[in-house]
Design a protein around this ligand. Structure first.
Ligand SMILES: Nc1ncnc2c1ncn2[C@@H]1O[C@H](COP(=O)(O)OP(=O)(O)OP(=O)(O)O)[C@@H](O)[C@H]1O
Length: 252
């Protein structure tokens, strides 16, 4: 467990969010500390993505606190929200690369859009550094349709890293990948943490991903975090709801 005298980078307290009659988050609380990978595990439809969207200001909670880097996200102006989002790398489920652009152009895009007055040389250097970090320098002139699913995932992560975010949010990083590619992506998540000193939330229902990448696991069930701790601590329980999640996911 983490020391509690540290300020959390992400502080979620008693968060509630409903859509009409559907109560999705019901008192969710979670702290994420600098430099750790926290895995949020939970069934489909349990509110994992809603939680992430609240953290980046795409949705607003009904009640409760969601603070990122010391700022209450729901109270930020558009400009403040933009500044905050620059510090957060959001790796979407389906990488969302531009098919008509080469890998180089895909990676240049966020740089040029967000940082003024970069020289051609600086742009090239940043693109090459980040591609090298994800082990795909050789794909620089290819287009996404020429790459495998795992490679596209890596490029998606590289595109997020290029702005040097303090926080990485991974939404289902291993979804749709074969087991070997899953392991490679898990390793990459850990390498990113070491090389870029990021603090991460990883949303998944892949238990191997959780075990390999999570310094801490937080189990979201019925709208709140029912257990937090190491992988073993979370699953060493007689609580039926957690055991059934574990059993069900292991036989996938
Ligand atoms: N903008 C929205 N309007 C209405 N309902 C929504 C909205 N966003 C999410 N929901 C609902 O909230 C619930 C939780 O959705 P969410 O996407 O957070 O699930 P999840 O835990 O990420 O699931 P999965 O693992 O399948 O991605 C779902 O029932 C979903 O339909």
């Amino acid at each position: 467990m983490k020391e509690t005298n540290q300020e959390p980078i992400i502080h979620i307290k008693d968060l509630y969010k409903s859509f009409g009659d559907l109560d999705v988050l019901r008192g969710a609380s979670l702290d994420v500390f600098r430099g750790e990978n926290v895995v949020v595990l939970g069934r489909s439809g349990t509110g994992k993505s809603v939680l992430i969207k609240i953290l980046v200001g795409l949705l607003t909670q009904d009640r409760g606190t969601a603070q990122v880097l010391g700022k209450e996200v729901a109270t930020l102006t558009e400009k403040e929200l933009r500044d905050l989002r620059l510090k957060i790398g959001f790796s979407f489920q389906n990488s969302a690369l531009y098919d008509s652009m080469t890998v180089r152009e895909n990676l240049e895009f966020p740089l040029v859009r967000n940082i003024a007055n970069l020289t051609r040389g600086q742009i090239d250097k940043e693109v090459e550094t980040v591609l090298d970090a994800v082990g795909l320098l050789q794909t620089i002139n290819q287009v996404p349709s020429e790459l495998s699913g795992g490679q596209r995932k890596r490029i998606g992560i590289a595109r997020t890293l290029i702005l040097r975010p303090e926080i990485m949010l991974y939404d289902e990083p291993t979804a749709g990948l074969d087991p070997i590619t899953c392991l490679e992506i898990n390793e990459l998540i850990n390498e990113v943490k070491e090389k870029y000193k990021t603090t991460s939330i990883i949303i998944t229902h892949d238990l191997t991903c959780a075990k390999v990448t999570g310094d801490r696991i937080a189990m979201l069930l019925d709208g709140s975090f029912v257990r937090q701790g190491s992988f073993e601590e979370v699953f060493d329980t007689s609580e039926e709801r957690i055991k059934s999640f574990f059993d069900y996911n292991f036989i996938q």
